[in-house]
Write a protein that binds this ligand. Structure first.
Ligand code: A2P
Length: 342
């Protein structure tokens, strides 16, 4: 089994390598790929080191699996090339997610969608990922008619440069120095909240992130009729996305029943004792694979609506962990294709 990790020097790619090692992912060879700039760099891999390679037609031959997190442009070109060379590509970018031929898979939610894949599998957007993990048990038990979600998203979802931008701005504010001009975000991110995650494309009044959340949630939950409205906000947190989710169910569901359902579901940890100050926070979620859920309560304005607070590590379950879990499912279920000899 030969595995390529494309974007291995980035925030998500390096987490993929870490998660593979933590889960003792059974690979005979792991090859990290990044841009030409990083070719030759060495990455720690337990007792040994891996050498970063640049993408090229010869370099991509003979892989069974390719885990991608190198941005949409790289995925547009190189995901089909890996698939044509015999690998199954699991792609973290948004480029292939909404293609009809490409399953969009969350391991606890719709693993059956992997059947009949055509060499490309997509990993959802991080905000969508943690929300659908929390919603799946509710969907199965009571149906879902409508969702209203507001996110509070950390900067690591944007990449390493955004983490540095927050750090530099925060330091300047604390030291009462002149702030460096924003480069990654359109406004100051330190000590601020930006109601813009990604861009307003072609005059749309929703951002591309909000559109992704709405479309991907429908695709994963298999419902074109599901009503959903999203507002995505970037906040000055390094890691961990938080979400306020208002769920309108088809059948009545009490907060107590909901708490019980979620407590028994895979990949979820319920932390819900607000009177004693117990509810999930981004700091709790960072470094964890579980999606944390708390503040489960009735919406007083509607007898079939509940409010939830859903928190997850955007780099782990929101990206890297799910990609590795999907790879494990492909392997266990015999859905990897045999790579041609190099
Ligand atoms: P590099 O480190 O060489 O730039 P992040 O999301 O944290 O910014 O990381 C993006 C990842 O995608 C990095 O590993 C980066 O490599 C990689 N990458 C960016 N552009 C390319 C490209 N054209 N080909 C391959 N990898 C790329």
């Amino acid at each position: 089994m030969r595995v390529a990790v494309v974007g291995a020097t980035g925030a998500v790619g390096s987490t993929i390598l870490g998660v593979m090692r933590e889960r003792s992912f059974a690979a005979d060879e792991v090859v990290p790929f990044a841009s030409e700039r990083s070719a030759g760099r060495r990455i720690d891999w337990g007792e040994t080191e891996l050498e970063v390679r640049a993408l090229g037609e010869e370099a991509i031959q003979g892989f069974d699996l390719a885990l991608f997190s190198a941005g949409s442009h790289t995925s547009e070109e190189w995901v089909p090339r890996f698939a044509a060379a015999g690998a199954v590509a699991v792609d973290n970018s948004s480029f292939w997610r909404m293609s009809d031929d490409v399953p969009l898979v969350v391991s606890e939610v719709n693993p059956g969608a992997l059947d009949g894949h055509k060499g490309i599998v997509a990993n959802p957007n991080c905000s969508t990922m943690q929300m659908v993990v929390a919603l799946k048990p509710i969907l199965d038990a009571a149906g879902i008619e409508r969702l209203v979600v507001s996110t509070y998203q950390s900067v690591s979802g944007t990449g390493q440069r955004a983490v540095e931008e927050l750090h530099d701005q925060a330091q300047a504010v604390i030291e009462a120095k002149e702030l460096p001009a924003p480069a990654v975000y359109p406004h100051q991110i330190a000590f601020n909240a930006l109601p813009q995650v990604e861009t307003f494309k072609d005059g749309d009044d929703y951002t591309t992130e909000e559109r992704k959340m709405m479309a991907e949630t429908r695709k994963i939950l298999g419902s074109d009729e599901l009503g959903i409205s999203a507002t995505c906000v970037r906040i000055p947190v390094y890691t961990g996305h938080s979400e306020s989710v208002n769920v309108q169910t088809r059948d009545p569901l009490s907060p107590e029943e909901c708490r019980k359902l979620l407590s028994a579901a895979p990949g979820i940890r319920v932390i819900d004792d607000p009177g004693n100050g117990l509810y999930p926070t981004a700091v709790d979620a960072a470094g964890q694979d579980d999606v944390l859920v708390g503040r489960i309560r009735r919406d007083p304005s509607h007898d079939r609506c509940l409010n939830l607070w859903v928190v997850g590590d955007n780099l782990r379950k929101g990206a890297a962990t799910n990609a590795v879990q999907v790879a494990e499912l492909l392997k266990v279920r015999g859905l990897l294709r045999r790579a041609p000899a190099n």
